[in-house]
Design a protein around this ligand. Structure first.
Ligand SMILES: Cc1cc2nc3c(=O)[nH]c(=O)nc-3n(C[C@H](O)[C@H](O)[C@H](O)COP(=O)(O)OP(=O)(O)OC[C@H]3O[C@@H](n4cnc5c(N)ncnc54)[C@H](O)[C@@H]3O)c2cc1C
Length: 369
């Protein structure tokens, strides 16, 4: 296409694709998007498997937001399928309602109860911590040791290979604790999946005469050949700087799909396994997509260490990693020809809507350059 692109965008996930679309459509810029994977949508990628089931390839992606602006923007490229996301935990040989609420408390007691009784009990169980500094303290201060050990401790250790006491309070603090019967996994006012899936939404977003997309293309292989004025980078920040300050830790994951010749495999979209098996959760996204098909596919998630040949799925939010990231962030701030945006480039545990909002804000900044 162009001889010199206005922008080279590294990564066709939410961060890169939103910026590419805005720069091309909103500012008339020419944009080349490269991604080293063979598909669009980054970690939000979904696809139809051999049995015809729409699955989320890299773990379930529950879109939810309180931002009208983000919904309005994405709605240009998709209709929505509204859904209340529901999660169960399997431990002690049975399913439990999760996040913890009055229904969970009743299951624990083995009899009906009330909000007042649950609040009074939690008040006794809670370990007083004024300012929880890590994930162990945050859970102990909300629900006490019994529920911490049933639901949180081992799940977190499996997922992060760190004790909750070695992780930011934000990791477990994200999960609500309720004393009513609200069974929803999250409480944001807008909860929906793109009606035809994430990948279809990204295709529409990037289908633009001023955007060229090259998949299976690593930035490091093309940076010397491609001419561009400004770089938008959404990959790992330490990789961008050739790991010169040291390697940031990430968590990786192995996703193992299995298809069954029946309509549903399990009673909910997601079942967490804190205390059994090597996998952390089993996801049957069909419960959420609403797809009507007589077969089903579940995906089991096995946490893995990050290393050669693995994808970096999660930055590891903790005090030690903040210090190392800070060194890269300082270097990034000096680099005026590159914009670092998204989950891996800012080393933050962002949800999709936060990444969209971040990219839209970044666009406003770039527009005035
Ligand atoms: C298992 C899992 C479950 C999640 N569940 C939810 C959820 O339920 N709800 C929610 O809101 N969020 C969820 N998220 C978070 C969500 O995936 C992210 O917020 C979002 O995908 C971030 O978009 P991004 O563009 O920053 O990064 P990514 O989606 O990671 O995109 C970055 C892209 O850059 C490419 N890339 C990197 N380096 C290079 C290079 N050198 N050359 C070429 N390409 C490169 C990568 O291949 C990748 O496709 C989940 C994440 C994971 C891992």
């Amino acid at each position: 296409m162009a001889d010199t692109y206005d922008y080279l965008v590294v990564g066709a996930g939410f961060a890169g694709s939103v910026l590419a679309e805005r720069l091309a459509e909103g500012s008339g810029k020419t944009v080349l998007v490269v991604d080293r994977r063979d598909h669009l949508a980054g970690n939000a990628h979904d696809r139809t498997d051999a049995a015809g089931v729409l699955i989320h390839a890299y773990g379930p992606h529950y879109f939810r937001t309180n931002s009208d602006k983000v919904v309005a923007y994405l709605s240009r490229f998709t209709d929505w399928h509204h859904v209340d996301y529901q999660v169960l935990v399997w431990t002690g040989g049975k399913y439990w309602q999760f996040p913890i609420n009055l229904n969970t408390f009743e299951q624990y007691l083995g009899r009906p109860s009330t909000t007042e009784e649950m609040e009074a009990t939690l008040a006794k169980w809670r370990v007083p911590v004024d300012h929880p500094k890590n994930s162990e303290e945050v859970v102990l201060s909300q629900v006490g040791r019994e529920f911490y050990e049933m639901f949180f401790r081992n799940y977190t250790r499996k997922q992060w290979r760190r004790d909750p006491s070695q992780l930011d309070a934000s990791v477990c603090g994200r999960i609500p604790v309720r004393t009513n019967r609200d069974n929803r996994f999250v409480t944001e006012k807008f909860q929906a999946l793109p009606r035809e899936g994430y990948t279809a939404m990204f295709k529409r977003m990037l289908d633009h005469p001023r955007i060229e997309v090259r998949l299976k293309t690593d930035y490091r292989d093309v940076r010397a050949q491609v001419k561009f004025h400004h770089l938008i980078y959404t990959g790992m920040i330490d990789e961008y700087f050739n790991f010169s300050e040291g390697r940031l830790p990430y968590r990786s994951m192995r996703f193992e799909p299995e298809t069954f010749p029946k309509e549903f495999f399990q009673p909910a979209m997601q079942v967490n396994y804190p205390n059994d098996f090597d996998y952390t959760r089993v996801v049957e996204i069909k419960h959420a997509t609403g797809q009507k098909i007589p077969v089903t596919t579940v995906v089991r998630e096995y946490p893995e260490d990050f290393g050669p040949g693995k994808e970096a799925y999660y930055p590891v939010p903790a005090d030690d990693t903040k210090v190392l990231y800070g060194k890269y962030a300082e270097r990034a701030a000096q680099d005026k020809k590159t914009t670092f945006v998204g989950r891996l480039a800012t080393y933050r545990y962002y949800n999709m809507d936060q990444v969209v909002a971040m990219a839209l804000t970044e666009y406003e900044r770039l527009k005035t350059r």
